[in-house]
Structures are given as C-alpha cells and as structure tokens.
Write a protein that binds this ligand. Sequence first.
Ligand SMILES: [Zn+2]
Length: 556
Amino acid sequence: MNRFTVAVAILLPALLTLLSSCENRPEPDVSVKDELVIFLDSLEARYEEACIATGIANWNSYSGDGPAHLDSAKALFTGIFLDSTARSTIRQWRKKSGSLADPTLGRRLDLWERCFQGGAIYADPEISRLENELQKLIVEFTFVYGGKPITRAEVKNRIREERRQTRRHRLWRVSSQLSAAAAEKLGELVRMRNARAVEAGYPNYYSLSLRLQAIDEGWLVSTLNTLEQQTRSAFARFLQASAARLKVSEMNAWDFDISLRNSASIPDRYFPADSVFSVLHRFERSIGFPVDSLPILETVRDIPYGGLSLGIFIPTDSRFLVNPTRGKGFYATAFHEYGHSLKAVNVDVGYPILKGYEWVPGAQCAAYEEGVAELHAEFTEDTAWIASFSGAPGHVIQDYAATRNLSTLYRVRRLMKDFFFEYEMYRNPDQDLDSLERKMYEKYLLVTLPADEPPGYASSIWYVSYPCYYQNYILSSMIATQLQEALSDKFGRGKLTDTTVAPWMIEHLYRDGETVEWADRVRHATGKSLETGALLRKLSINPERLAYQDAKKDSD
Ligand SMILES: [Zn+2]
C-alpha cells in the first residue's frame, strides 16, 4: 500500500460524481469576467479529471496494476473538445483577453485556445480509427528473414554484429516489408490530419503541431539547417573512418550500428542494474531534492519503451517505469524518467490547464519536457559524475569520453533525417515519398541507397503514434546541454554536490508550469535564447572555427 493507491481510492468516487454531473450540462452564459472565471474553473476541473483518468488508464496498460480504461478516459476529453459552444466562448474571450488586465487569466485562455485546436484533432473519431488500425498493423506485423519469422529486436541485434555487409543490407531491408503494407494508409492519415489543420487555418498539420507547442517554425527550420552545416564535416570524417575500419568501399544505412557498436560504450559492470535507484537517490539527494518524501513511484517493468513517466495528478502523484536493460544506458533512462517526475511533483500552479499535463496537444511543449528530463540524464555523461558515482577507473572513462561523441553525432543527424522527411511529407503528401526518403538519407546521413532499394519510411510507428515529434529530441538535447552549461557557470563543480541546485531547478524550470512560455523559461534560466552552441561544444565542434573556415573558403 502506498500513497498513490490511497490517492486513487479517494479520487475515483469524486470522478464518478463529477461524471454524472456533467450530463445535460446547461449552456454557460459567460458575459462578464467573473462568469468567465467560473466557466474556466469548471472546465478545468473536468479537464483535470480527464487527465487523471487518462494517466491512470495509461499507467495500468503498461504496469498491469489494474484495468486500463483507455476508451472511457478518452471519452472524457472528447466531451470537452468536441463541444463547439465552449470552444466559441474561449475564442471570443481570447480575442479580448488584452482588456482583462489579468495575465494569468489571459494565459489560461491562450492555452485553452491551443488545446481546443489540438484536442479537436486528438478527439476526432475518424483519425483515431485510422491511427488504431495502423498501430495494430505495425505492432502485430510478422517480419520474415530467410523464409523464417524474425522480430525487430532480433534484426537490431544481428545487424550490429553481422560482419558481412551484404547480409547487414538484407537484414536492414526487412523493415520494407511492413512499409509496403502500411504506406497507403499512412498517406491517408497524413492527408486527413492535414485537412483538419487546414480547416483550423494552418497550411498543414506540421505547422499546426509546432504552433501548439509554441515552437516558431521558421526558427526551427533555420536552426536545424545551421546545425546540419555545422555537423556535416565531422560526420563525413566519421563515415570515412568507419568505412576504413569496416573494410567496405562505401558506408551505407545498414553500416552505422556495427560501426558504433564498439566505440562509445563503457562496460556494463560499472553500472550494476540492481543499484540504479540507490545511485539515483544518492545523487539527487546530494543536489538537494528531498528524495524520500517526494510522491514519485518508480517501477522496473518490461515495456516497449526504454522508460515512461506519467504525471498522473500534478503535483501529488507521478510514476515512472523503466525497462530492465543494462549498463549506463539503463542509468541514463532512469535519470531521464526521474527528471520528468521531478518536474511533475514540483509544479506549483493551481490551474489545471497551466500544470503541463501531457495528454492534449497544446497543453505543453514536449521539447521542453524532454529537455528538462534529459538534463538529469546528462549528468551521467559528466566524467566527474561517472568517476564519483560508478566504479569505472580513469582510463575507462577517458576512452569513453574520447569516442562517445560519434554516437551523439550520428543520433542528431539521423533525427534530422527523420524530422525533415516527416516535415516535407506533411508539406506535400502527394509527392514521391520513396524518392523523398532517398534524398533525406543522402542529405543527412551522407549515404546513397541503391536505385532499386524498397522504401522503409512507413514502417515507423512514430509517424502514426507520435506525429511531428522528432524535432523534440534535437531541441531537448540543445535544452539539456544549455542548462548543464548554465549549472556549470553558476555552481562550477558544485553542480554535482551543492544542495542549492535543486531549489534553482525548481525556481527556474519547474515551479511556474505553463504560466510562462517554455522559450522564456529557457532564457530566464540560461541567460540566452535556445541555441545550438552548447550541443556543438559537447560534440567538440567549434562553431566559430567553422564560420572562419567557411569565410576563408569563400575568399579563396
Ligand atoms: Zn522523456
């Protein structure tokens, strides 16, 4: 028995009462500010109940702790977001929010306006039907290799061990079986999402998704283009060195995993799996978090993700699961998930729409959420941290530090390939997507797929279940590294031991929830807008030197 079970026991009857009172709700008459406040308070009470029900349903579906009523939880949101009267009330009041002279109320209206746009698509029954159909196809698909069934994990493991390039290629091509089966439906889903976005006044669904997270589209595209240029020559050098090491004439998409297998790892024995939580607690306590009294439930369970953290009832109930993997990666995942939970339990805002629940597009910025979680995982990359929290000797840490940049570099370039493919797909779903995929491999991974290579893009569950998400992992790396630099500036080496680090994080990153826009939170915490500098410095790439070389090339 723990406090979470107690919370659920207390909440459920309240939820049921609220549900029955929601039926036959009379139309609200919202003509003055006081009525608006009452209207929003009641809308947000319903919203928070839907968030809690969805959180519990999701938790149960992964943890197996209880029945997972996902459909009835979603129906609570549908009741809110398909209500056109409430939507137009929000829209009208938001237009005059400047005259309310109440910034918090204005901010609630902003978030509600976004959530009604995101929620209408989230709750759209036709889109959900197609998403579920595709998800089922992808999850249940049986891949075949050499005439026998093979799982994704087997393909992944074999491809990083297979010595012969032609066999790696054949293994890599296995995913095209699913892509061929899913491509047409994916196209349909993309067009359907686009149609809804156009109805809402946006050029396409990607533009809408970015606007719902307050990410400036022009800034994003130009930042990622710059990052592409800044990382290109380092990546090209890695490709050359890898080809020589693997003894292949040319690197291709199926050669990266084996090339990275031996570099950039640290032996698992220095990160014993059964100590993960004690090390995590020892560290977070040392920077000032009252670990033992926080309402965070941690569980190890075999799930289809590395880890998963859910803010069930912010700020009093946060839970996370980690997949029992091994070594340093396991630690990094646990630290990342704990970072999500630390934020959830330290939000100090009374209005549910400003607490940053994750369920409805528009209610938070996922890049920021991932960034402040990754801030904690990033500690496990710090060589001083590794020295004091793992038993790894100095020379092992040095070897690791010398090669790990390659896997980060590859990851960033691969994420760019995935982002730009999806971004261009939404901009024009009728183009030849097979050749678009090919172009993206050339531009971002610097490899040329054979002319007759079957396409693989539609085998990814991300385009179905987490649409328009890839940029969040690049932005979150930028946020996490920029925040780590800010911690170093403020605390020096003390960022690993100073008990005032936690209050600093709470004040700058957690407490305000969505009261303040995410980009402003980053700026207030780090003294500058989000930029690529810290990530490049982590990769040992000096942007000033690159600019100098480019200028020199131009003048030559
Ligand atoms: Zn995360």
